[in-house]
Design a protein around this ligand. Structure first.
Ligand SMILES: [Zn+2]
Length: 248
C-alpha cells in the first residue's frame, strides 16, 4: 500500500481481473484458520472491522479536503448516490498517483486521484459501480473476513473468543486494513462485479460503455497490463452486454 508501485499493481489486479487469487482457501486454512480457530465472526464483527479499517486508511492516506478540485469533482460525479441498493455510501478521494479504488462492506468508498486523472466522469462511475458490486455481492465481506483471519491480530482476536476489533493495536489494525485493500478478488468475482457495474450504469442512466473504455485504458497503460489479456476481455464482455440489451 505505501509503495505506489505495489498499490498500482493491486488496483489493476482488481479492475483487470488478476491472474492469482489471494482468496486461496487452501492457503487460508493452513495459515489463518488454524491460528484463529476459536475466532467466530458475525456480520456485525465484519462491519465493525470495516468501520475501523476505513478510519485507519483515512488517517494513513492524504484525504482530499473539501476545497480540493478532486473532492469537488467526485462530489459532482457521485451526486444522487448517497444510498445504493440499500447501502449508505460515503465517498472520499485519496491524493496519490496510484490508480486504485475500493469499497468496504460499510459503504466506505475511496477513489484515488491517480485513477481520476485518467478517467472520464462516467468511467469513474463505472469503477464505483464495480466496487459497490463487490460489496453487494458479498465479496468485500469475505475479503475482510480473510484479512482478519490472516492478520497478526488474529491471535489477539481469537484469545478473547470473539472478534473485538477494539483490542487490536494500531499496528495490527493497519495490517488488517491493508490486508483488505491489497487482497485480490477471484476472476469469477471480478466478472460478477463487472456485470453489477454494468447494471449500475444502466440503472442510473450513465453511459455503460464507459466501463468498457475504462478497462481499455487500463489495458493500454503498459507494464503488467500490456501482457495481461484480462482487461480487453472484460471490455469485450461489457460490449456484448450493451449489444444484447440494445436488441431487446
Ligand atoms: Zn474488482
Amino acid at each position: 500500500m505505501r509503495k505506489s508501485s505495489s498499490a498500482a499493481l493491486l488496483a489493476i489486479a482488481c479492475l483487470a481481473a488478476g491472474t492469482a487469487s489471494a482468496l486461496d482457501l487452501k492457503q487460508l486454512s493452513s495459515t489463518g484458520l488454524k491460528a484463529g480457530q476459536a475466532l467466530t465472526l458475525s456480520d456485525q464483527d465484519v462491519a465493525k472491522a470495516a468501520d475501523q479499517s476505513c478510519v485507519y486508511m483515512d488517517k494513513e492516506n492524504k484525504v482530499a479536503p473539501a476545497s480540493s478540485p478532486y473532492a469537488q469533482r467526485l462530489a459532482r460525479i457521485t451526486e444522487g448516490l448517497a444510498n445504493e441498493d440499500g447501502l449508505s455510501l460515503s465517498f472520499k478521494v485519496y491524493l496519490t498517483e496510484d490508480v486504485n479504488a475500493w469499497a468496504m462492506a460499510n459503504g466506505c468508498v475511496r477513489v484515488y486521484s491517480g485513477l481520476m486523472d485518467m478517467a472520464s466522469d462516467d468511467e469513474v462511475r463505472g469503477v464505483i459501480g464495480h466496487e459497490i458490486g463487490h460489496v453487494k455481492l458479498g465479496h468485500s465481506k469475505s475479503r475482510m473476513r480473510t484479512a482478519m483471519l490472516a492478520s497478526a491480530g488474529r491471535d489477539t482476536l481469537a484469545a478473547s473468543g470473539n472478534a473485538n476489533i477494539a483490542q487490536l493495536t494500531q499496528g495490527q489494525l493497519g495490517e488488517l486494513a491493508e490486508g483488505f485493500v491489497n487482497a485480490q478478488f477471484s476472476q469469477k468475482e471480478e466478472s460478477a462485479a463487472d456485470e453489477y457495474g454494468y447494471r449500475f450504469m444502466k440503472r442510473h442512466s450513465y453511459d455503460p460503455a464507459a466501463l468498457a473504455s475504462m478497462f481499455r485504458k487500463l489495458s493500454s497503460q503498459g507494464g503488467l497490463m500490456s501482457s495481461h489479456p484480462g482487461s480487453e476481455a472484460r471490455a469485450g464482455r461489457i460490449d456484448a452486454m450493451i449489444k444484447k440489451d440494445g436488441k431487446r
